[in-house]
Design a binder for this molecule. Structure first.
Ligand SMILES: [Zn+2]
Length: 142
C-alpha cells in the first residue's frame, strides 16, 4: 500500500514471505523466473545483474541456500569467502537480518567458512549499532 494513490491501488503480494522464502518458491517451481531474475540496484550496462554487489551476492547465496547451484541470471551461486568479505564487510540495517536468515541452510550445506564470514559482518553491524551508529562508516572495518 506504500505506493497507492486515490486512483491506483498497489498490492504487495507475498510481502508476508521473506526473501529467502520467495527464492525457495521460485527454485521449487518457476525456472523461467529464476532465469529472468534481476535484482541488481546498480543495473549492469547490459541490464543484467552485476553479480558482485551486496544484493547480487546475497541473492546468489539465497539461491545456494535453496539448493540452486547455478542460474542463467547469476552463473554460479556459490560466492567465495574472499569476495563476500570484500564486497560485504558489514551489512547495514535490514540486510543483516537477510544475511542471518541464510545461515542455517548454508551451514546445512557445509559452507561453514562462508557462514563465519557472514556472522563476522553481522557482529560488526551489531557492535556498531550498540555504539549508536546506524550507518557506521568504513572506520570500523579494516
Ligand atoms: Zn549487483
Amino acid at each position: 500500500m506504500l505506493f497507492s494513490t486515490q486512483r491506483t491501488r498497489v498490492i504487495h503480494e507475498g510481502s508476508r514471505f521473506s526473501r529467502l522464502e520467495k527464492v525457495r518458491a521460485l527454485a521449487a517451481g518457476w525456472p523461467a523466473a529464476l532465469a529472468a531474475l534481476r535484482v541488481c540496484p546498480g543495473g549492469a550496462a547490459d541490464g543484467l545483474n552485476c553479480g558482485r554487489c551486496e544484493k547480487c551476492l546475497r541473492t546468489r547465496l539465497e539461491l545456494l541456500a535453496a539448493g540452486i547451484d547455478e542460474t542463467a541470471a547469476f552463473g554460479r551461486s556459490l560466492v567465495s569467502v574472499e569476495l563476500w568479505r570484500e564486497a560485504v564487510p558489514m551489512p547495514i540495517a535490514e540486510t543483516a537480518l537477510h544475511h542471518e536468515e541464510l545461515l542455517p541452510a548454508l551451514r546445512e550445506r557445509g559452507y561453514d567458512e562462508l557462514c563465519r564470514a557472514i556472522e563476522a559482518g553481522i557482529a560488526l553491524y551489531r557492535k556498531a549499532r550498540v555504539g549508536g551508529q546506524d550507518r557506521p562508516e568504513a572506520g570500523l572495518v579494516n
